[in-house]
Design a protein around this ligand. Sequence first.
Ligand SMILES: [Zn+2]
Length: 468
Amino acid sequence: MKRRSLLKSGALVLLLGAQHLARGATIVAVRVWPAPDYSRVTIESDRELKAKQFFIGSPPRLAVDIEGIDLNPALKELVAKVAANDPNIAGIRVAQNTPGVVRLVVDLKQAISPQVFTLAPVAAYQHRLVFDLYPTQVRDPLEALITERLKDSGPAKPAADPLGELITQQNQKPGAKGDGGDGKVASAKPANAPQSIATAPATTGANGLNGNKKPSESKVATDAPDKTDRLIIVAIDPGHGGEDPGAIGPGGTREKDVVLRLAHRLRDRINASSINGNTMRAYLTRDADFFVPLHVRVQKAQHVQADLFISIHADAFFTPRPQGASVFALSQGGASSTAARWMAAKENKADLIGGLNVKAKDAQVKRALFDMSTTAQINDSLKLGGAMLGEIGRVGKLHKGKVEQASFAVLKAPDIPSVLVEAAFISNPEEEAKLNSNDYQEQLASALMRGIEGYFSKNPPLARNRTI
Ligand SMILES: [Zn+2]
């Protein structure tokens, strides 16, 4: 009898132990990040969750069985977190499937290519289980820019439009549309696109990329004698976003929010401007609060054949004292100062915090394309940075009087002059207040715009674009 009760209690202990292991995870938070590029659902927990997913095509929905938890109020919150205007998610349902397994069904508004992965604890986050839902049909951003521009200018000479011609070529390529079905980052075109349009600056001829010329490229150049028919595209890259808030000021201001507002102001100025009669268009690498991996930012700028790439940040230091704006360009060797190296290392961590699915093939391939930057690109970047720094210095304080250099991953487009602007130190209470003020944002956006115009006045984009 004694022995039997002992056995019984032993079994009970074992059972409890098993249950504890199976159901022990506590949900810390659930988040939904909607964006046209993709929508993300994050479940953050105190221990790693295992998930199995099934995609059902009609109507499109993703079912995910999450092991290691039971249905609880935190998970039920997900249902209410889906915004009506989420471009991809129609709704989320949760139910207890079996003990220790919760089934989550994501009803979708369109066909999607899901990526489900886990992230180890980093920064302020514990374990994260992430569902990234990429639409399989993607609107081509380059096409959108052209359409918008043709709408503005009427049907003026579309035949002489080199970008229009490139778009036509691209659309004629087999598989150029909607081929993100293998889980590639759908926002930027898959591997075939960047090469097919990497005709931009001729200054990079030495790096071999331009050796990959399309037969039509010289035709594009000679068919477009009318200088006024060149669309000048400036890629604006608001730093951070989504799971990655960037730096946070003492008053709670998030870097990702202030830089997006500043980017919108710069966009408005660019879209209202022209250079030597050439229409300008801004292209934002993100226009919502979602995570964009660093290499995707570069890839997006390349895809729209951006003439310039401007990454906007407002970073922090450990102490509140540092202040003033800085402008950075890429360095091929070491950083120009310890501070610049530190800043680059900090910015390059964005993918870790934002949550990159490192197992995705696409991420690996695209990252391998890094480090193809050329001296010509860096020299142009330094000129652009110098022009911008001079203008920022008229409206605010500068942290350093010259353009600094370090190995920023986001500045590595091999063919696009690229700078990273740290608009101010958000960690400095005064600068945090300025970053939040509409007045200062307006002044800063105007200064950045004058810097762009100053650069182009000395480095006309058309001259750079000629192949010989
Ligand atoms: Zn930043």
